[in-house]
Every structure is written in C-alpha cells, then in structure tokens.
Design a protein around this ligand. Structure first.
Ligand code: SAH
Length: 219
C-alpha cells in the first residue's frame, strides 16, 4: 500500500512552486497536479526523482512526462468540468490522473500492451475511472467522438486530420509536432465546422507517436 505522507505533500508543494516559477499560472491546473501523488508512479527507491521536474523511464522505452510538460499541456487544454477529453498515450497514467481532477469524462488510449495493462492496474488500485483503450490512437478514437478536448502525449510528425475531425465545435487539440529531436507544442481550435485556428508554443521533446498517423506512417 502506498502512502501520501506530509513529506510527500511537502515535496509536491515544492514542485508546484517550481512550476509556478516556470510560468504555469492556471490555479486549477496547479491544484490538479498538487492532488496527484506522483511518487505512486515510481519505485520506492526513486522517491527523490518523483518530485523533480524531470521525465523518467517507465519501461518499454517510454517515459512519464515531465511535470512542467504535463502542466503546460493541461493549461493549454483549458479543461472544464463538463468536458469530454481524449488522451492519446496513456503511458504511466500520470497525465490522465491529472486530467481526472478536472473532469470525470476522460478517454485514454495506449498502444503498448504492457503499459496499457500496468495503467489499468494503477487506475483500479487508486479508484480512478477513466475510459481505457488499447490500440493505435494516432487517428483518435472515432467510436466515442466527438471530444471537447484532445491531448497527444507523444511527438507527432504532423497534425492528423482524423484528430481535428473528432473535435466538437469550440473543441481544442493540443499536440507536439516536429521531428524526432524536437517538437513544437501546437494548439488547434475548431472554431466552426470547417474553420480551425492554429497556435504555436515552445519546443519540447517527447517519445515518438507511433501508428498509422505517427512515425509508422510509411511502413
Ligand atoms: N501521458 C503519459 C506519457 C507517456 S509517453 C504519462 O503521463 O505518463 C507517450 C506514450 O504514448 C507511450 O506510452 C507510448 O507507448 C504511447 N503511444 C505512442 N504512440 C501511440 C499511439 N499511436 N497510440 C496510443 N499511444 C501511443
């Protein structure tokens, strides 16, 4: 059984300060991060790492996103409590757990079977209830579309058309786009049925988005 002690809470408060200093302003996002014990995603030996503002390996060549990245993407999404959100790349389940603090309607899809199974166990153990899916999410999750918000947590070679098609009017897609070394954070808003606005933010480094509209496109 994992515990969330005063020490852990103190470490988390220090992390929140770091995120604030780096420019995260949305109090709801900071509170959501403060509410998720990030050390639950780590082996006991790595407690110190859990509250550093760094990405960390979670096995299968994948990583739990850096807290700043999670905060930045979540802030761009502007999640409301009635929003239906799709996350592509469940990974450890950390970003999903943060989203669940903001809305109960979170759909998350993971390509890697082992990580998917592991995340299921984590959600169950912690009483979290996202809608979980195993498979290629590079073209979204059409059977449950449309969504108010879509967040991609792996680096994509471009903006998959199928993803923007699964947005509601007024819906927002946040996706890192670039090459394998660096990706620009993009926010696409569906203003009208066939009208989209595109905003570019700073550069990040994610693990690659695989699948049909990811880096496997040509295979
Ligand atoms: N959101 C995660 C970040 C995990 S890293 C977290 O908070 O821990 C990115 C994840 O995207 C990896 O687990 C990887 O397996 C997954 N992924 C890559 N391509 C995918 C695809 N096409 N569909 C679904 N998941 C994908």
């Amino acid at each position: 059984m994992q515990t969330d002690s005063y020490r852990h809470k103190g470490m988390r408060r220090a992390l929140i300060k770091v995120l604030r200093d780096k420019g995260i302003r949305d109090e709801r996002v900071l509170a959501a991060i403060d509410a998720v014990p990030r050390h639950y995603f780590f082996e006991k030996a790595f407690l110190e790492q859990a509250y550093q503002d760094k990405a960390f390996p979670i096995g299968e060549g994948q990583t739990i996103s850096q807290p700043y990245t999670v905060a930045f993407q979540t802030e761009l999404l502007q999640v409301k409590s009635t929003d239906k959100v799709l996350e592509i790349g469940t990974g450890s389940g950390y970003q999903c757990s943060v989203l669940l603090q903001l809305t109960p309607h979170v759909y998350t899809i993971e390509y890697n079977r082992a990580l998917y199974e592991k995340a299921l166990v984590f959600f169950k153990k912690n009483g979290l209830r996202p809608y979980t899916f195993h498979g290629d999410g590079s073209q979204g999750l059409p059977q449950h579309a449309p969504y108010d918000k879509i967040i991609v947590t792996a680096g994509a070679p471009g903006v998959p058309r199928s993803l923007v098609q699964q947005l509601n009017i007024g819906g927002v897609l946040v996706i890192p786009v670039g090459n394998e070394k660096s990706q620009k954070m993009m926010r696409i808003t569906r203003v009208e049925e066939n009208e989209f606005t595109k905003e570019a933010f700073s550069d990040f480094k994610f693990v690659p988005l695989l699948g049909k509209s990811g880096w496997d496109a040509e295979l």
